[in-house]
Design a protein around this ligand. Sequence first.
Ligand code: SF4
Length: 360
Amino acid sequence: MSRRPRALGLVSGGLDSTLALALMKEQDVEVEAVNFSTGFCFTDHHRAMSSPKHKLRNEALRAGADLAVPVTVIDISQEYFDDVLLRPKHGYGANMNPCLDCRAYMLARAREHMEEIGADFIFTGEVLGQRPKSQFRKALGIVADESGLGDRLLRPLSARLLPPTRPEREGWIDRSKLLGISGRSRKLQMEEAARLGLDLEDIPQPAGGCCFLTDESYARKLKDWLDHQEEPKHDAEAFVLLKVGRHLRLNDEVKVVVGRDEAENRFLASYRRGRWEFWARDFTGPTVLVESARDLQWEEIEKVAAITARYGHGRDEEGVTVCYRVPGGPNELLSTVDERPIEEISVSVSRLEEIEPFRV
Ligand code: SF4
């Protein structure tokens, strides 16, 4: 090759993909990276929550900035939902995570990007045997084949345990500088990251996976949402709301979302338009939203008010007055001020065991 080889990395910004990026920067290749946003990534949520506990940043961009590598972020959420999440050819992992299909899909998209920018091969932070569904030896082969990358797919962290890929055989990169890591422990990655001067305190190290689809509670809520759609369609707002709060389903048509802390209450408040909103009048407590395509019946209003009272500081009182706003009315979605009238209802506080059966 008359020019320096070009490598494109698939990065999330977690420890493994950041380390892969750093390893490739050590080689005599031009490095670029791509990050795909599925709408289910942890980093998206942390950004959206705007909580002081979380750093508000895209970790892939952070990794690129740390290592002076240009990163392109591509939103694939719509196609990902239709083509991968709804009907994964290889099925789901322990929760709603279609990891094998997800990897193959992202790498196929990365291959298209590779061709567009004239890169020669792709690398990832995958580690042999780290994840049961997508990173065992056979799965790595399936992903390489289904993405159309074949031996132009390099896994620098496990390369010494895998057959040499084209970039290694052609001498574009030096195989002896790649690693032979396998399994779930992150010890070797941390040692190598320290050697390369990466700031381990600043790099997220997700243990269970890189997105909410691996999270048991999120998966339950997503499944419930899917089960109550006539024809499931990508809905970014719904997927974000599934990440927040306690979800209680009163019946097929009515779902209640209860904020669990101040950050969630603030977050939910920004989604109140078009939804019923409940809060205790005289006590601090959660923001409660209700999703329903029809008007609530009086018993349902009472039930939601009693739930609202249960999770607030008035929970030990005999009765609590709860305010609520009904969705709709002129300009509801256009006005910057919520002009909906506030109604009130006095209720007895729900007992926890009465709420439990509704929990999604
Ligand atoms: S954890 Fe999520 S993003 Fe990662 S491979 Fe699995 S489905 Fe894809």
